[in-house]
Design a protein around this ligand. Structure first.
Ligand code: C2E
Ligand code: CA
Ligand code: CA
Ligand code: CA
Length: 268
């Protein structure tokens, strides 16, 4: 390693290196071979239980291993800069779905997609969104982008610029996993969103934890003042839903309503 430091390049290190390298290669070829697919999870209005939109969640349809979930490849894709290409693939599939509904004259749903901070802050982000919307002739207001507060950790001004560009186009924006990070409150004050999604970790304890209840109530009240709609993520029980209704939460998502599924398996 130089400077009088050394490491023994043992079998374990070699295997780690090898595995990582193999995974990167596999993700690259999976993008080329179109092995990434989308499962959709609906969100619904808490008052009416009507579906208001679908969230696109990426899955790797591996030729031998079957369906692989994002936790197994997103961080590797982020480290290697491949995440933007995965996000673009998802954007294309979602836009294609929206244009299909359009052609069939069917009832349409908004589709939300998750955007990694890396892609969001890159110079090709806005041009790519424009290109895909144009290619599939999609109404921008049918597209919603979910971003996490990590986007602004490095560059608040750039993040604000990008959000402004999206607003000009009438593309909807959600802040995802709200409450999980450290600077959440600043976001309500400084940024504009359409939806604010409360992280599942708060919903998990909503029945028994007075602090979580109060925090959710506070987030809902602040959001109302700012004109954001609040979405509760990871709702699994009727008790949780009843509680959220009492607090005035607008929308919910979670296994209670539906697990993420391929589009043709959704009851919509
Ligand atoms: P997320 O955006 O917070 O998505 C919610 C995750 O919680 C999903 O996991 C979903 O399947 C799961 N979930 C939903 N309802 C429930 C519930 O009631 N109970 C439980 N236990 N889980 C529930 P999934 O699909 O494995 O995705 C994990 C994360 O991977 C996502 O978290 C998102 O951050 C990321 N991700 C997924 N698709 C994409 C993508 O296309 N691009 C990027 N950049 N990230 C993605
Ligand atoms: Ca999300
Ligand atoms: Ca989330
Ligand atoms: Ca989450």
């Amino acid at each position: 390693q130089g400077k009088n430091r050394y490491v023994i390049f043992n079998d374990d290190l070699w295997e780690n290196f090898n595995n990582h390298y193999k995974k990167v290669y596999e993700i690259k070829s999976a993008i080329e071979n179109k092995e990434f697919i989308i499962h959709y999870q609906p969100k619904a209005c808490i008052e009416t239980n009507k579906i208001t939109g679908l969230e696109a969640l990426v899955r790797w349809n591996h030729p031998t291993k079957g369906i692989i979930y994002p936790d197994a490849f997103i961080s590797c894709a982020e480290e290697t800069g491949l995440i933007s290409q995965i996000d673009i693939t998802v954007l294309e599939i979602a836009a294609q779905q929206l244009s299909e509904w359009n052609k069939q004259g069917k009832k349409k749903y908004n589709i939300s997609i998750n955007i990694s901070p890396q892609f969001f802050l890159s110079t090709h982000f806005i041009p790519t969104v424009d290109r895909v919307l144009k290619k599939y002739v999609v109404n921008p207001s049918n597209l919603q982008l979910e971003i996490t507060e990590n986007i602004a950790l490095n560059d608040i001004n750039l993040s604000k610029e990008v959000i402004k560009e999206l607003r000009v186009r009438n593309i909807k924006i959600s802040i995802d996993d709200f409450g999980k990070g450290y600077s959440s409150m600043t976001y309500i004050k400084e940024f504009y969103f359409n939806d604010l999604k409360i992280d599942k970790s708060f919903i998990d304890n909503i029945i028994n934890n007075k602090v979580d209840q109060t925090m959710i109530e506070m987030i809902i009240n602040l959001s109302k003042i700012r004109g954001f709609e609040v979405v509760a993520e990871g709702v699994e029980t009727d008790e949780q839903l009843a509680f959220l209704r009492k607090l005035g939460c607008h929308k919910y998502q979670g296994y209670l309503l539906s697990k993420p599924k391929p589009i043709h398996e959704l009851c919509i």
